[in-house]
Design a protein around this ligand. Structure first.
Ligand code: MN3
Length: 198
């Protein structure tokens, strides 16, 4: 198969108690995997089977006739990016160049945190909250469904999945508590720094 489900970058129980192994069984093992299976089915025997996810996303974004391919390719990419945006014992105040850039763009870590949380809480329905680099500036954006800032010319730095399937088993309807746990305990600032430098 052209596209494969990547392993999680940590053990499936490594983010407990913030995100349970049970959530990863469904979110990675079922939801993420289904996007991979769908994308393979939709691109089988086409030139897209040998394209990168990023190139498929850029080639199909905004094209209603290719919405199925875009949605599945972007959801494969977004979920892999989300797993890498987290690490055991992560979160809290950033270190390195991204910390300085956050202070320069948002005033302080506290103001960044509130803005990121608000983006995640106010994304109506399914979607994603992102920290992105646009030009030499950091911005917080939210996207609906499978949409990804990559197709708007921005460089994703970190993301948090705010689809209900991301938190419902652990937090039920309490999306703000999930976002708080993500920011306080899970953000992988090394990954953020690598994306910021790249
Ligand atoms: Mn998800």
């Amino acid at each position: 198969m052209a596209f494969e489900l990547p392993d999680l970058p940590f053990a499936k129980d490594a983010l407990e108690p913030h995100i349970s192994a049970n959530t990863f069984d469904f979110h990675h093992g079922k939801h993420h995997n289904t996007y991979v299976v769908n994308l393979n089915n939709m691109t089988a025997d086409t030139h897209m089977a040998s394209m990168s996810l990023e190139d498929i996303m850029k080639a199909t974004a905004g094209d209603a006739s290719k919405a199925g391919i875009f949605n599945n390719a972007a959801q494969v990419w977004n979920h892999t990016f989300f797993w890498n945006s987290m690490t055991p014992n992560g979160g809290g105040e950033p270190t390195g160049a991204i910390g300085d850039a956050i202070n320069a763009s948002f005033g302080s870590y506290g103001e960044f945190k509130e803005a990121f949380k608000t983006a995640g809480m106010t994304q109506f329905g399914s979607g994603w909250a992102w920290l992105v680099k646009k030009g030499d500036k950091l911005e917080i954006v939210k996207t609906p469904n499978a949409e990804c800032p990559l197709t708007d010319g921005a460089t994703p730095i970190i993301t948090c999945d705010v689809w209900e399937h991301a938190y419902y088993l652990d937090y039920q309807n309490r999306r703000p508590d999930f976002l708080e746990a993500f920011l306080n305990n899970l953000v992988n600032w090394d990954f953020a720094n690598a994306n910021f430098a790249g």
